[in-house]
Design a protein around this ligand. Sequence first.
Ligand SMILES: Nc1ncnc2c1ncn2[C@@H]1O[C@H](COP(=O)(O)OP(=O)(O)OP(=O)(O)O)[C@@H](O)[C@H]1O
Length: 257
Amino acid sequence: MSLLEAEGLTHRVDGKPLVADASFAVHPGELVALIGPNGSGKTTLLKLALGLTRADSGTAAIGGTPVSSLSAIERARRLAYLPQARPLVWPQPVRDIVALGRFAYGAAPGKLSARDEAVVARALTACRLQGFEERAADTLSGGELSRVHLARALAAETPLLVADEPVAALDPLYQHQTMQLFAKMAGEGRSVLTVIHDLNLALRYATRILWMEEGRIVADGTPEETFTEERLCSVFGVAAQLRRDGAAMRLDITGPA
Ligand SMILES: Nc1ncnc2c1ncn2[C@@H]1O[C@H](COP(=O)(O)OP(=O)(O)OP(=O)(O)O)[C@@H](O)[C@H]1O
Protein backbone atom coordinates (compact mmCIF):
# COMPACT_ATOMS: atom_id res chain seq x y z
CA MET A 1 0.00 0.00 0.00
CA SER A 2 1.21 3.52 -0.67
CA LEU A 3 1.92 5.79 2.28
CA LEU A 4 0.83 8.82 0.30
CA GLU A 5 -1.15 8.86 -2.90
CA ALA A 6 -2.34 11.81 -4.96
CA GLU A 7 -4.61 11.48 -7.95
CA GLY A 8 -5.35 14.32 -10.36
CA LEU A 9 -4.78 17.12 -7.83
CA THR A 10 -5.61 20.54 -9.23
CA HIS A 11 -5.64 23.90 -7.47
CA ARG A 12 -6.41 27.26 -9.05
CA VAL A 13 -6.10 30.79 -7.75
CA ASP A 14 -7.96 33.47 -9.71
CA GLY A 15 -8.49 30.93 -12.46
CA LYS A 16 -4.76 30.20 -12.79
CA PRO A 17 -3.75 26.60 -12.02
CA LEU A 18 -0.92 26.53 -9.48
CA VAL A 19 -1.03 22.72 -9.60
CA ALA A 20 -2.68 20.88 -12.49
CA ASP A 21 -3.71 17.24 -12.62
CA ALA A 22 -0.86 16.00 -10.42
CA SER A 23 -0.70 12.31 -9.57
CA PHE A 24 1.98 10.45 -7.65
CA ALA A 25 2.46 7.89 -4.91
CA VAL A 26 5.08 7.28 -2.24
CA HIS A 27 5.69 3.68 -1.18
CA PRO A 28 7.53 2.19 1.80
CA GLY A 29 11.30 2.27 1.35
CA GLU A 30 11.38 5.20 -1.06
CA LEU A 31 13.34 8.44 -0.85
CA VAL A 32 11.47 10.65 -3.30
CA ALA A 33 12.87 14.02 -4.33
CA LEU A 34 10.41 16.63 -5.60
CA ILE A 35 12.33 19.04 -7.80
CA GLY A 36 11.42 21.97 -10.03
CA PRO A 37 12.12 25.65 -10.55
CA ASN A 38 11.05 28.36 -8.08
CA GLY A 39 7.31 28.84 -8.26
CA SER A 40 6.64 25.58 -10.13
CA GLY A 41 4.17 24.42 -7.47
CA LYS A 42 6.14 22.03 -5.25
CA THR A 43 5.02 23.45 -1.90
CA THR A 44 1.45 23.84 -3.14
CA LEU A 45 1.44 20.21 -4.27
CA LEU A 46 2.68 18.99 -0.87
CA LYS A 47 0.00 21.02 0.92
CA LEU A 48 -2.70 19.65 -1.37
CA ALA A 49 -1.49 16.08 -0.90
CA LEU A 50 -1.48 16.49 2.89
CA GLY A 51 -4.90 18.11 2.97
CA LEU A 52 -3.51 21.43 4.23
CA THR A 53 -4.85 23.21 1.14
CA ARG A 54 -8.18 22.22 -0.36
CA ALA A 55 -7.93 20.91 -3.91
CA ASP A 56 -10.36 22.10 -6.58
CA SER A 57 -10.34 18.57 -7.93
CA GLY A 58 -8.51 15.32 -7.38
CA THR A 59 -7.99 13.16 -4.32
CA ALA A 60 -5.26 12.43 -1.81
CA ALA A 61 -4.91 9.56 0.64
CA ILE A 62 -2.47 8.98 3.48
CA GLY A 63 -1.89 5.33 4.30
CA GLY A 64 -4.95 4.44 2.23
CA THR A 65 -7.32 6.83 4.04
CA PRO A 66 -8.60 9.96 2.26
CA VAL A 67 -6.96 13.02 3.84
CA SER A 68 -10.35 14.66 4.27
CA SER A 69 -11.43 11.96 6.73
CA LEU A 70 -8.28 12.00 8.88
CA SER A 71 -8.18 14.01 12.10
CA ALA A 72 -5.11 16.15 12.72
CA ILE A 73 -3.86 13.63 15.31
CA GLU A 74 -4.38 10.66 13.00
CA ARG A 75 -2.54 12.47 10.24
CA ALA A 76 0.28 13.37 12.63
CA ARG A 77 0.75 9.69 13.48
CA ARG A 78 0.99 8.75 9.81
CA LEU A 79 3.35 11.43 8.60
CA ALA A 80 5.56 14.21 9.84
CA TYR A 81 5.54 17.42 7.81
CA LEU A 82 8.44 19.81 7.86
CA PRO A 83 7.24 23.01 6.16
CA GLN A 84 9.48 25.36 4.19
CA ALA A 85 8.93 28.36 6.45
CA ARG A 86 9.89 27.39 9.98
CA PRO A 87 9.90 30.54 12.10
CA LEU A 88 10.46 30.07 15.79
CA VAL A 89 10.63 32.99 18.19
CA TRP A 90 10.08 31.35 21.56
CA PRO A 91 12.99 30.95 23.96
CA GLN A 92 12.11 27.31 24.73
CA PRO A 93 14.93 24.82 25.23
CA VAL A 94 15.79 22.76 22.18
CA ARG A 95 14.78 19.54 23.94
CA ASP A 96 11.21 20.87 24.48
CA ILE A 97 10.89 21.86 20.82
CA VAL A 98 11.95 18.39 19.71
CA ALA A 99 9.53 16.86 22.25
CA LEU A 100 6.66 18.52 20.34
CA GLY A 101 7.10 15.63 17.92
CA ARG A 102 5.71 13.30 20.61
CA PHE A 103 2.48 15.22 21.25
CA ALA A 104 0.47 13.08 18.81
CA TYR A 105 1.19 10.20 21.23
CA GLY A 106 -0.19 12.00 24.27
CA ALA A 107 3.00 13.64 25.51
CA ALA A 108 2.69 17.16 26.96
CA PRO A 109 5.23 19.69 28.22
CA GLY A 110 6.98 18.16 31.22
CA LYS A 111 5.04 14.89 30.76
CA LEU A 112 7.19 12.64 28.62
CA SER A 113 7.19 8.89 29.13
CA ALA A 114 10.51 7.05 29.30
CA ARG A 115 9.93 6.00 25.70
CA ASP A 116 9.21 9.60 24.64
CA GLU A 117 12.45 10.69 26.34
CA ALA A 118 14.41 7.96 24.56
CA VAL A 119 12.95 8.85 21.16
CA VAL A 120 13.68 12.56 21.69
CA ALA A 121 17.27 11.73 22.67
CA ARG A 122 17.66 9.59 19.53
CA ALA A 123 16.30 12.37 17.31
CA LEU A 124 18.69 14.90 18.89
CA THR A 125 21.60 12.56 18.25
CA ALA A 126 20.50 11.82 14.67
CA CYS A 127 20.54 15.57 13.96
CA ARG A 128 23.82 16.03 15.79
CA LEU A 129 22.35 18.31 18.42
CA GLN A 130 24.11 16.86 21.44
CA GLY A 131 25.10 19.77 23.68
CA PHE A 132 22.24 21.94 22.40
CA GLU A 133 19.51 20.34 24.54
CA GLU A 134 19.17 23.22 27.01
CA ARG A 135 19.85 26.06 24.57
CA ALA A 136 17.02 28.55 24.01
CA ALA A 137 15.76 27.93 20.49
CA ASP A 138 15.71 31.65 19.65
CA THR A 139 19.49 31.83 20.08
CA LEU A 140 20.29 29.20 17.44
CA SER A 141 21.84 29.84 14.04
CA GLY A 142 19.69 29.24 10.96
CA GLY A 143 21.24 25.85 10.25
CA GLU A 144 21.05 24.75 13.90
CA LEU A 145 17.38 25.72 14.06
CA SER A 146 16.76 23.84 10.84
CA ARG A 147 18.24 20.71 12.43
CA VAL A 148 16.03 21.19 15.52
CA HIS A 149 12.93 21.22 13.34
CA LEU A 150 14.12 18.09 11.57
CA ALA A 151 14.72 16.41 14.95
CA ARG A 152 11.17 17.36 15.99
CA ALA A 153 9.84 15.71 12.81
CA LEU A 154 11.98 12.60 13.37
CA ALA A 155 10.77 12.34 16.98
CA ALA A 156 7.27 11.70 15.62
CA GLU A 157 8.57 8.32 14.35
CA THR A 158 6.10 8.28 11.47
CA PRO A 159 6.26 5.89 8.51
CA LEU A 160 6.53 8.92 6.21
CA LEU A 161 8.45 12.18 6.48
CA VAL A 162 7.44 14.99 4.13
CA ALA A 163 10.04 17.74 4.14
CA ASP A 164 10.06 21.01 2.20
CA GLU A 165 13.67 22.05 1.52
CA PRO A 166 15.09 20.52 4.73
CA VAL A 167 18.73 21.02 3.72
CA ALA A 168 18.47 24.56 2.31
CA ALA A 169 20.08 26.20 5.36
CA LEU A 170 22.66 23.48 5.98
CA ASP A 171 26.37 23.42 5.20
CA PRO A 172 27.63 20.70 2.82
CA LEU A 173 28.52 18.25 5.59
CA TYR A 174 25.10 18.47 7.25
CA GLN A 175 23.42 18.35 3.84
CA HIS A 176 25.05 15.01 3.08
CA GLN A 177 24.49 13.72 6.62
CA THR A 178 20.81 14.62 6.37
CA MET A 179 20.41 12.93 3.00
CA GLN A 180 22.25 9.88 4.35
CA LEU A 181 19.85 9.85 7.29
CA PHE A 182 16.91 9.93 4.85
CA ALA A 183 18.48 7.13 2.81
CA LYS A 184 18.90 5.08 6.00
CA MET A 185 15.24 5.63 6.89
CA ALA A 186 14.25 4.46 3.43
CA GLY A 187 16.56 1.46 3.78
CA GLU A 188 14.66 0.55 6.95
CA GLY A 189 11.33 0.62 5.10
CA ARG A 190 10.19 4.12 6.05
CA SER A 191 9.77 6.79 3.38
CA VAL A 192 10.82 10.36 2.78
CA LEU A 193 9.34 12.82 0.30
CA THR A 194 11.50 15.90 0.12
CA VAL A 195 11.61 19.09 -1.91
CA ILE A 196 15.19 19.83 -2.78
CA HIS A 197 16.93 22.39 -4.97
CA ASP A 198 20.37 20.79 -4.93
CA LEU A 199 20.13 18.55 -7.98
CA ASN A 200 23.38 16.78 -7.19
CA LEU A 201 21.99 15.66 -3.84
CA ALA A 202 18.75 14.55 -5.50
CA LEU A 203 20.67 12.64 -8.14
CA ARG A 204 22.90 10.99 -5.60
CA TYR A 205 20.47 9.98 -2.86
CA ALA A 206 16.91 9.81 -4.19
CA THR A 207 15.42 6.51 -5.27
CA ARG A 208 12.84 8.37 -7.34
CA ILE A 209 12.47 11.89 -8.69
CA LEU A 210 9.30 13.88 -9.32
CA TRP A 211 10.00 16.72 -11.74
CA MET A 212 7.61 19.69 -11.62
CA GLU A 213 7.23 22.41 -14.18
CA GLU A 214 4.54 25.08 -14.19
CA GLY A 215 2.27 23.17 -11.82
CA ARG A 216 2.56 19.83 -13.57
CA ILE A 217 4.54 16.68 -12.84
CA VAL A 218 6.46 16.29 -16.07
CA ALA A 219 8.58 13.26 -15.13
CA ASP A 220 8.45 10.57 -12.44
CA GLY A 221 11.10 7.87 -12.27
CA THR A 222 14.51 6.91 -10.97
CA PRO A 223 17.37 9.41 -11.26
CA GLU A 224 18.84 7.24 -14.02
CA GLU A 225 15.59 7.30 -15.97
CA THR A 226 14.73 10.96 -15.59
CA PHE A 227 17.99 12.92 -15.46
CA THR A 228 18.88 14.04 -18.97
CA GLU A 229 20.67 17.12 -20.21
CA GLU A 230 17.63 17.94 -22.35
CA ARG A 231 15.25 17.82 -19.39
CA LEU A 232 17.58 19.94 -17.25
CA CYS A 233 17.53 22.49 -20.04
CA SER A 234 13.77 22.43 -20.64
CA VAL A 235 12.68 22.34 -16.97
CA PHE A 236 15.36 24.46 -15.29
CA GLY A 237 16.77 26.40 -18.23
CA VAL A 238 20.33 25.36 -17.39
CA ALA A 239 23.14 23.94 -19.48
CA ALA A 240 24.40 20.78 -17.80
CA GLN A 241 26.69 17.87 -18.42
CA LEU A 242 25.87 14.41 -17.13
CA ARG A 243 28.58 11.81 -17.07
CA ARG A 244 29.02 8.34 -15.74
CA ASP A 245 31.49 7.73 -12.90
CA GLY A 246 31.44 3.98 -12.27
CA ALA A 247 27.95 3.13 -11.07
CA ALA A 248 27.13 6.77 -10.27
CA MET A 249 26.01 9.62 -12.49
CA ARG A 250 27.66 13.01 -12.00
CA LEU A 251 26.06 16.32 -12.84
CA ASP A 252 27.85 19.53 -13.70
CA ILE A 253 25.64 22.57 -14.22
CA THR A 254 27.69 25.00 -16.27
CA GLY A 255 25.28 27.96 -16.38
CA PRO A 256 22.09 29.27 -17.93
CA ALA A 257 21.21 27.44 -21.15
N1 LIG B 1 -2.39 31.90 -2.36
C1 LIG B 1 -1.76 32.20 -3.50
N2 LIG B 1 -2.20 33.16 -4.33
C2 LIG B 1 -1.57 33.43 -5.49
N3 LIG B 1 -0.48 32.77 -5.91
C3 LIG B 1 0.00 31.81 -5.12
C4 LIG B 1 -0.59 31.46 -3.88
N4 LIG B 1 0.12 30.47 -3.32
C5 LIG B 1 1.14 30.20 -4.18
N5 LIG B 1 1.06 31.02 -5.25
C6 LIG B 1 1.96 31.01 -6.41
O1 LIG B 1 1.95 29.69 -6.92
C7 LIG B 1 3.23 29.37 -7.46
C8 LIG B 1 3.73 28.09 -6.84
O2 LIG B 1 4.11 28.32 -5.50
P1 LIG B 1 4.87 27.23 -4.65
O3 LIG B 1 5.19 27.83 -3.31
O4 LIG B 1 4.07 25.98 -4.66
O5 LIG B 1 6.18 27.04 -5.52
P2 LIG B 1 7.50 26.20 -5.24
O6 LIG B 1 7.71 25.32 -6.40
O7 LIG B 1 7.41 25.53 -3.90
O8 LIG B 1 8.58 27.34 -5.24
P3 LIG B 1 10.00 27.56 -4.49
O9 LIG B 1 10.97 26.63 -5.12
O10 LIG B 1 10.30 29.00 -4.81
O11 LIG B 1 9.80 27.33 -3.02
C9 LIG B 1 4.12 30.57 -7.18
O12 LIG B 1 4.19 31.37 -8.36
C10 LIG B 1 3.39 31.32 -6.08
O13 LIG B 1 3.65 32.72 -6.14
